[in-house]
Write a protein that binds this ligand. Structure first.
Ligand code: PA5
Length: 447
């Protein structure tokens, strides 16, 4: 079996000779902080050896629960936000037919998402869409009290009970939450929903390989055994005992910090497969929440190419030189399509006739890399042999491991997110939530 592969040659050329090998001792220290659990945020290291600790019984329980949803629902709504949402969507969309959401695919339920915004139109249109559907809900919230998710779940629970009856609703609503605390736990226990626990020591953005990601992914019809196997193999490939130069997570963490120290403050994650759009969103949360603190941190941005070459391409080629790119390159697409020949050749495209569409895409990728490197944009490349569960499992764990190392190299606690609370405090005070009276007075005085 091949592995995903990191190529740094088109980024390394922007650093002094030997800069990466000179950085090895710091990277080793960061890896030791992770491995020994002696760094900041060490109570959130449950993800580190998670893949290799997942048991066949746990996977069987998840698959059996997914089957109940698959047998009884044409649509499953995954309710959650941030770390309780993006991982599942990233994997499901990477593996799904691009137009799968337009119609039900074979035996697979349609998966849709809620609880990740407070758009009134969105919720009203969701309610309307579900009106004649046999639907179920996976309600995901570690705290069990997140407003966006709780609000959507209140609406979904009521609609599901009214449409499908209390008994069926009990069967097709599943909760993934804390073992003891939070409103989602109280509701699940009172209603008798099947539930799964999010481990205390796994933070939201590192939770895709817990039931948070695994249950929705299995419900969508994808092979969670293979996903976990891929992550497990990457856990081994990035272990602290591996030589530095052969450890892709260590090298990625090292080079992005060296580029940052050289003024490259923005990392743009790039894909050439629109299915990977939500993988970028997941990655942005992982790196943004882990590193953006204490006045520091690379700003994680993303683009979908070639689409965004026609919008953001200009900025990337000639704008402020504070960026570098990391391209996720899928070596072989799952489908095969050849450009047809056309007798009249009115569009002038016969020079492409007989070539695979992917060959055109790959030349766009290569041409862009050369142009951006000429434009002084360091380019990293992560090759993924093909989009399947196994390689996506590898990619997920690779990014998680590199993120932990990278955060420690930067000198922050990569496992907290104190800044996320600021808006919530203001919102609750403005909405008159009990317990926020003092804050409310302070805010009113500022308005
Ligand atoms: O990474 C995080 O901690 C956040 O993105 C959370 O996952 C997000 O805020 C949702 O929180 P909860 O799962 O408690 O509803």
């Amino acid at each position: 079996m091949e592995n995903i592969h990191l190529n740094i040659t088109k980024a390394e050329q922007f650093l002094n000779n030997g800069a990466i090998s000179a950085y090895e001792p710091q990277v080793k220290s960061a890896m030791e902080l992770l491995e020994k659990g002696t760094g900041a945020g060490n109570d959130f290291l449950g993800w580190l050896h998670l893949p290799s600790s997942i048991t066949p019984d746990h996977l069987a329980d998840l698959k059996a629960t997914a089957q109940v949803l698959r047998d009884n629902c044409e649509v499953v709504v995954v309710a959650g936000i941030g770390g309780s949402y993006l991982g599942a969507r990233a994997v499901i969309e990477s593996l799904s037919n691009s137009f799968g959401w337009l119609k039900k695919e074979q035996d697979n339920p349609i998966i849709i998402y809620a609880g990740n915004n407070i758009g009134e139109d969105y919720l009203a249109e969701l309610t309307d869409y579900l009106k004649d559907k046999k639907f179920g809900v996976i309600n995901i919230s570690k705290s069990g009290t997140t407003t966006e998710t709780a609000l959507a779940f209140r609406l979904l629970k009521k609609q599901c009970e009214e449409q499908r009856g209390k008994d069926m609703a009990r069967k097709v609503i599943v909760a993934i939450t804390d073992a003891k605390k939070g409103a989602a736990r109280i509701t699940a226990d009172k209603e008798g929903y099947k539930s799964f626990i999010i481990p205390d020591n796994v933070g939201g953005r590192f939770s895709v390989l817990t039931p948070v990601g695994l249950l929705p992914i299995a419900t969508a019809g994808y092979d969670i055994d293979q996903l976990v196997q891929g992550a497990c193999d990457m856990e081994e490939l990035t272990a602290i005992e591996k030589p530095f130069t052969e450890n892709p997570a260590a090298i990625y963490a090292a080079i992005r910090n060296l580029l940052y120290a050289n003024g490259k403050k923005i990392e743009i994650l790039v894909n050439y497969q629109p299915k990977l759009h939500y993988m970028m969103e997941w990655w942005k949360q992982l790196y943004g929440e882990s590193e953006g603190k204490d006045g520091k941190g690379i700003f994680p941005a993303s683009v979908d190419f070639s689409t965004d070459l026609h919008s953001m391409g200009q900025w990337i080629q000639e704008g402020e030189r504070t960026i570098f790119e990391t391209v996720i390159s899928v070596e072989s697409p799952n489908k095969h399509m050849v450009v047809p020949s056309d007798e009249e050749n009115l569009d002038g495209l016969n020079f492409l006739a007989g070539k695979r569409v992917d060959e055109v895409n790959k030349m766009a990728e290569l041409g862009t890399q050369l142009a951006h490197v000429d434009g002084e944009v360091p380019n990293l490349r992560i090759s993924v042999p093909t989009l399947n569960e196994y390689y996506i499992g590898q990619l997920i764990y690779f990014f998680e491991k590199a993120c932990g190392i990278s955060g420690y190299l930067l000198g922050v606690n990569p496992f907290n997110q104190p800044g996320v609370e600021a808006y919530k405090k203001n919102m609750f005070a403005l909405l008159g939530k009990p317990g926020y009276e003092e804050e409310s007075k302070k805010i009113q005085a500022r308005l």
